[in-house]
Design a protein around this ligand. Structure first.
Ligand code: SAH
Length: 395
């Protein structure tokens, strides 16, 4: 059973050329969307075929077009084709013993919006971003079972059911892993937990940034890592010869998790500072003590709320940078990152420019990163490239 949705005439060309996100405002008859997972036949107002998709509610839209080909249907063979192609495109990662954790399927970038699949040393983790795409669970799992040598398959439901987010056991099939599972990233050990909710211990989209820090920037520097989570940036900095790292994160879990990441690499965690505190409180403390760092890493969440304050990358990044500039050595380096899709690369640069203007200092951007190629992006949906990381040298 398929439901026909009609795209407004003025947007028909955009959808005809492959734009995959179904936006509610783009439809003339959005009222026919009643049950997530509904198969959609997408046409323009005159009934000309655009593609096939499904209804699934995410922040950004109400579903995704999965094919523009006449006669192609949303069935097992479509999932097989798209996922097998994606697996093939990650061959160089599967073949690299030094990196055993990477993304094998990146939503619309690989042709199916609303779902991602990550690989961790034989284990696959599926993230479902809507109740709608979750209706295709059997197909996706079936493809992984028949097309991969999986040890085990886990899932994360990143949507609410009856208003409630489930963070229960995420195991689907195969072998249950033993956690921490130790994976490798460019030769460095990383501990992951696939059974503890959506955050498994590492954000793999920052792989190239960590590598650059280790190989080209850390040597002989003192490092402040804010919003440090498990301290992954610091471990790479220490491996690259940083003299000391200071890690600051509000979450209690960050202390044992950072100790663990250092320890599994044979690094002395007692030689590091691991601080559980609000970053903004820490900035004040460091300012009072006149502590300064040669490298400051800023990787905040897009939104955060603590007891005392809220942070929004779109509104508060300039201020965050000014706080960071104040405690960076005069020839130091700030690594500024945001994964907020609502902050464009251009906008992010204006935040940086404003922060430096207001502090009266000069800067050079020495290196810039976006998503690594396992986080595939399609040219028909460039907004999928959400990661912006700039290496900023103070002058
Ligand atoms: N940079 C990390 C990922 C950061 S995830 C990495 O490379 O792995 C975002 C982190 O910010 C979470 O661990 C969260 O606990 C922390 N956080 C959120 N608000 C904070 C605040 N005000 N002060 C300190 N940490 C904060």
């Amino acid at each position: 059973m398929e439901t026909t949705v009609k795209v407004k005439m003025k947007l028909a060309d955009k959808y005809q050329s492959g734009f995959p996100l179904i936006m509610k405002d783009a439809l003339v008859n959005a009222e026919v969307l009643t049950k997530e997972g509904q198969h959609l036949n997408v046409v323009d107002e005159q009934g000309t075929y655009i593609g096939k998709g499904y209804y699934g509610l995410q922040n950004k839209g109400v579903g995704w077009v999965l094919t523009n080909k006449q006669g192609e249907n949303i069935d097992q063979s479509l999932f097989d084709r798209k996922i097998v192609k994606a697996l093939g495109l990650r061959r160089k990662y599967f073949d690299d013993p030094n990196t055993t954790a990477f993304r094998v399927f990146n939503g619309e970038g690989d042709g199916i919006g609303g779902v991602t699949i990550d690989y961790f040393a034989g284990f696959y983790v599926i993230h479902w971003y809507s109740e709608g795409i979750y209706q295709f669970k059997d197909e996706v799992v079936q493809t992984l079972k028949t097309q991969t040598d999986y040890r085990g398959i886990y899932e994360k439901k990143r949507f609410a059911t009856n208003g409630k987010y489930l963070d229960d056991d995420d195991f689907i099939t195969g072998e249950r892993g033993e956690f921490p599972l130790i994976v490798k990233e460019n030769g460095v050990n990383v501990a992951v937990y696939l059974n503890e909710g959506a955050m498994v211990g590492v954000f793999m989209d920052q792989r190239e940034v960590r590598q650059a820090i280790r190989d080209r920037y850390a040597e002989g520097r003192t490092v402040l890592n804010t919003f440090s989570y498990t301290g992954a940036f610091s471990v790479f900095a220490a491996m690259g010869g940083a003299t000391k790292t200071t890690n600051v994160d509000l979450a209690n879990r960050s202390l044992p998790k950072t100790i663990e990441q250092f320890s599994i690499n044979g690094l002395d965690y007692e030689a590091q500072d691991i601080i559980v505190d609000d970053v903004f409180k820490f900035f004040k403390f460091a300012g009072r003590k006149q502590h300064k760092y040669e490298m400051v890493i800023l990787d905040p969440p897009s939104f955060a709320r603590s007891k005392k304050m809220t942070f929004s990358a779109a509104k508060d990044y300039t201020n965050l940078l000014k706080e960071a500039i104040a405690i960076t050595e005069s020839n130091g380096l700030i690594i500024a990152s945001t994964n907020h899709a609502g902050v464009s690369r251009k906008k992010f640069r204006t935040f940086i420019d404003k922060a430096f203007k207001e502090t009266g200092l000069g800067y050079n951007i020495v290196e810039e990163f976006s998503l690594p190629d396992d986080y595939r992006v399609t040219s028909t949906y460039p907004d999928g490239d959400y990661l912006k990381v700039l290496f900023i040298k103070l002058v």
